[in-house]
Write a protein that binds this ligand. Structure first.
Ligand code: HEC
Length: 199
C-alpha cells in the first residue's frame, strides 16, 4: 500500500465530505433562501406597522382593531405578490394565537416551542431555516414592543373599547397578557427550492 500522509488523508476526507454533503452547491442556495425569507419578513412588518399607525391616528386603537382584524391576514398573504415571488407563502403564527387562521401547524409548533425555550432561558433568538420536501421554511422570531401592548398587553390595562372589540371578534383569544420584549411568535416564509436554485 502506498504511504499516505496525514495531510493528504485529511484533504481527501474533506473533499469527500464536500461532495457528499453538496456543500459547494447548497451553501449559496441556503443563503438566498435566508435572504429572501428575511426580506419578506421585513416587508410584512413594514406594511403592518404603517397600516397600524395610520389606523390608530385615524380612529384610535378601537378602530385599529377592526383594521387589523380585516386586513392583517390579507396583507400577510399579499406579500409574495408584492415581492414578485408568487410561489412563496407568508404566515404569522404563535403558540398563543388570536386569530384561529394563524394557528400553528405541526412544523410551526415545533419551531415555536424551541424558540420559546430559548426565550425562557434568556438566550438570544435567531431566525431558523429548514429544508423540507423541496421547500425552504424560514422562521423569523417576533418580540413585542410597547406599541403592541394596547392590544396584546394586560387586560386590566387595555382601553375598554379595545377589550370589548377583542371579546367580540376573538372569543378564544390567547394573545393577551404580554409584557414588552416578550417572544410573541414567528413570521413563517415558505420558499419552493426551485425559486432559489441555480439559474
Ligand atoms: C390595534 C391592535 C393591535 C396592535 C397595536 C397590535 N396587534 Fe397584533 N394582532 C391584533 C389583531 C386584531 C390580530 C389578529 C388579526 C389577524 O392576524 O388576523 C393580531 C395578530 C397578531 C399576530 C398573529 C398571530 C395571532 O395571534 O393571531 C402577531 C404575531 C401579532 N399580532 C403581533 C403583534 C406585534 C408584535 C405587535 C406590535 C408591533 C402587535 N401585534 C400590535 C391586534 C393588534
Amino acid at each position: 500500500m502506498p504511504k499516505v500522509s496525514k495531510v493528504q488523508r485529511l484533504v481527501v476526507v474533506g473533499l469527500l465530505a464536500a461532495v457528499c454533503l453538496g456543500a459547494a452547491e447548497t451553501a449559496p442556495q441556503e443563503e438566498r433562501a435566508r435572504q429572501l425569507g428575511a426580506n419578506a419578513a421585513f416587508e410584512l412588518q413594514r406594511v403592518l406597522k404603517s397600516e397600524l399607525t395610520s389606523a390608530i391616528q385615524a380612529g384610535g386603537p378601537g378602530q385599529a382593531i377592526r383594521v387589523c382584524a380585516q386586513k392583517a391576514l390579507l396583507l400577510t398573504q399579499g406579500i409574495p405578490r408584492l415581492m414578485d415571488v408568487p410561489s412563496m407563502t407568508v404566515k404569522r403564527t404563535s403558540l398563543r394565537w388570536r386569530n384561529e387562521m394563524n394557528r400553528p401547524d405541526a412544523m410551526e409548533a415545533k419551531v415555536l416551542h424551541e424558540m420559546e425555550a430559548r426565550a425562557q432561558a434568556q438566550e438570544p433568538l435567531e431566525a431558523v431555516l429548514r429544508l423540507h420536501n423541496k421547500t425552504y421554511h424560514y422562521f423569523e422570531p417576533i418580540r413585542t414592543t410597547g406599541l403592541c401592548l394596547t392590544c396584546h398587553g394586560l387586560e386590566e390595562k387595555m382601553p375598554e373599547n379595545v377589550r370589548q372589540a377583542l371579546d367580540t371578534l376573538y372569543p378564544g383569544d390567547r394573545a393577551r397578557g404580554y409584557a414588552a420584549g416578550e417572544f410573541r411568535g414567528v413570521i413563517h416564509v415558505s420558499i419552493p427550492q426551485a425559486v432559489v436554485a441555480e439559474p
